[in-house]
Design a protein around this ligand. Structure first.
Ligand code: F6R
Length: 241
């Protein structure tokens, strides 16, 4: 686990963009694992800038998002599909049929999870996975005490996660209580992982992640077992290290 501390959110986002850019230089048809939430928004803005300058090409990439809320249609403003369109996909040259986001409205969730997992495998697995981290240590929506062996599955969101995500909704009642998420095992199979965190609010969990042992009540701690992980944080998130 390599920890890189950047001055602030802007420089953190720029560094993450450089890592994605170099990944695509090595392998233009890379499979990228993408996250939603506030943390990667700066990275996505930097990637859009690079694209507009002609310095990056997404035409051959394939993407798989980590998760999606259950029960929100794709075109709902709060769906992660809408989030990705607005924050990245509508502004770059990714092919529509190369975008994968779990379907939160699937008729059969078991098949949806199995198909998502096998689609990742049939694309050769994820080359580079972008992660944020929840205040409770979740990655994707793998909440504390998830099984480390879990593949893409249906999860019930923790109270803390619902509380943290209510900022995107009109009221806390509107926050979906369940989601489809890649499992820890799915994430761990990625060839490279970048976990990003910014701000003082993440300082506690980053300190636990870096200093503590591997334990199921801190799902991100499993990343200690991965050979190619960069923890990319700003000084505020690093303030308790
Ligand atoms: C998002 C995701 C979550 C977030 C995490 C941090 O797809 O899977 O694990 O990365 O909740 O969210 P922010 O970045 O909003 O603090």
């Amino acid at each position: 686990m390599k920890v890189i501390v950047s001055k602030d959110y802007e420089s953190l986002s720029k560094k993450a963009a450089v890592l994605v850019q170099s990944q695509l230089m090595w392998k233009p048809d890379s499979v990228l694992g993408l996250a939603t939430g506030s943390t990667p928004v700066g990275l996505y803005q930097e990637l859009i800038k690079l694209y507009q300058q002609g310095d990056i090409d997404f035409s051959e990439i394939t993407s798989f998002n980590l998760d999606e809320y259950l029960g929100l249609p794709m075109d709902d403003q709060q769906s992660y599909y809408s989030f990705m369109r607005e924050n990245l996909f509508d502004h770059i040259n990714i092919r529509e049929d190369h975008i994968h986001i779990p379907n939160g409205m699937a008729e059969d969730f078991k098949s949806e999870c199995l198909n998502y997992e096998s689609s990742i495998s049939s694309h050769g697995g994820i080359d580079l996975q972008i992660l944020g981290i929840g205040h409770n240590g979740h990655i994707g929506f793998n909440e504390p005490n998830v099984e480390f062996e879990a593949k893409t599955h249906i999860v019930s969101l923790d109270e803390e996660t619902i509380e943290a995500n209510k900022r995107f909704f009109d009221s806390i009642e509107d926050v979906p209580k369940k989601a489809i998420s890649m499992g820890i095992k799915t994430i761990m199979k990625s060839k490279k992982i970048i976990l990003m965190a910014s701000g003082e609010g993440k300082a506690d969990i980053i300190s636990q992640l870096v200093k503590d042992d591997i334990k199921p009540d801190l799902p991100a701690s499993v990343l200690h077992l991965h050979e190619n992980v960069i923890i990319l944080i700003d000084e505020a998130a690093a303030s308790k290290l």
